[in-house]
Design a protein around this ligand. Structure first.
Ligand code: KG4
Ligand code: ZN
Length: 332
């Protein structure tokens, strides 16, 4: 079965073709980061308009790259939510129109399920069950994944998401938007011993997180120091050390509490090299899986894959087109 996946939930237009027999055939992405960078964050109206401009050329590109044409497609998957309503509507309307024209089923995919399953596109892929740490710009969740579609929320952030904390701290340090990757690069030049920031909820008995206090502590530190390049790098390092320590400790606690041996890390922050390094060092007896680096942040491949899995499970195709800007993966 050949599935076309379309992702337009935020600031990346992603399109991909996934074949259930042969795997991922092709994918293409346009990121709007440079466009939103001027404004210091995502401007929803600009995002929607740019998705409209990009999505059809990207569909053509993935078809051309794989030597396929529209009639070869057996199904279409698009990101139904959560995300920016106007941006989601672009993928939904293109997906629904293609489905109508080609007389093929259209599946609405939950964006977080896309992230959650993205490590299954990598090799080796994890078997079920596993614990997933979902760390993106909007989410920080620990999830017990029994099987496709069977998710139990173990822990969540009480305030800011990990990616959001990275982005806000990056902004304080004068790095662009979204600043997670730039902060991580700056932290490599930082001295780990110079500053120490709090590790929020590190010792709490639950599996929840809280990062807004860490961001405020970083702000206080920035204001109390001279503004020079080395100090910024040292603060970036202190911030990253703190957030990574909490993510690693709680993730490994979750795996052990569940009596499992596999941890999957997904979402934009799973690209963070310090997080990967610390997990490798700390995860005795636990196998850790990640998406390939290009599929950590938003992309069409994870949507094509999740849509194909949903369809094979017998999910009902969409009737008309709809989006859900707010959509709880666990209540769904
Ligand atoms: O999954 P994603 O593309 O979008 C959402 O669904 O939210 O994640 C984007 C987030 C941003 O906050 C970005 O700063 C963060 O992932 N990010 C990183 C790194 N690469 C991306 N954070 C830390 N280190 C990185 N290397
Ligand atoms: Zn995402």
């Amino acid at each position: 079965m050949l599935v076309l996946g379309i992702e337009t939930s935020c600031d990346e237009t992603g399109v991909a073709l996934y074949d259930t027999d042969r795997g991922l055939l092709s994918h293409a992405l346009h990121t709007q980061i440079a466009m939103h960078g001027e404004y210091g964050g995502v401007v929803p109206e600009l995002a929607s308009r740019d998705h409209i401009r990009r999505v059809i050329p990207l569909v053509r590109e993935v078809l051309d790259k794989s030597g396929r044409s529209l009639p070869d497609i057996d199904g279409i998957a698009y990101t139904k939510g959560p995300g920016l309503a106007g941006a989601l509507l672009v993928g939904a309307s293109v997906g629904a129109s293609l489905g109508f024209a080609l007389k093929k089923p259209v599946i609405g995919v939950h964006h977080l399920e896309g992230h959650l399953l993205s490590p299954l596109l990598a090799k080796p892929a994890p078997d079920f069950p596993f614990v997933a740490l979902l760390v993106s710009g909007g989410h920080t969740q620990l999830i017990r994944v029994e099987a496709m579609g069977n998710y139990v929320l173990l822990g969540d952030t009480l305030d800011d998401a990990a990616g959001e904390a990275f982005d806000k701290t990056a902004k304080l340090l004068g790095l662009g938007y979204p600043g997670g990757a730039a902060l991580s690069r700056l932290a490599e030049k930082g001295d780990t011993a110079r500053f120490r920031l709090p590790r929020p909820m590190l010792g709490s008995a639950d599996l929840d997180f809280s990062f807004s206090g860490l961001k405020t502590a970083a702000l206080t530190l920035v204001r109390s120091q001279e503004d020079d390049g080395q100090t910024r790098a040292d603060i970036a390092r202190a911030f990253q050390d703190a957030i990574v320590e909490v993510l690693v400790k709680k993730s490994l606690d979750a795996v052990r509490q569940c009596g499992l041996s596999r941890l999957v890390v997904a979402g934009g922050v799973s690209a963070n090299s310090e997080l990967r390094k610390r997990l490798a060092a700390g995860a005795r007896g636990v196998e850790v899986y990640y998406p390939d680096l290009e599929f950590c942040t938003d992309n069409g491949a994870m949507i094509a894959f999740a849509g194909a899995m949903r369809y094979l499970m017998g999910a009902a195709p969409e009737n008309g087109f709809s989006v859900r800007a707010r959509w709880d993966l666990f209540g769904a």
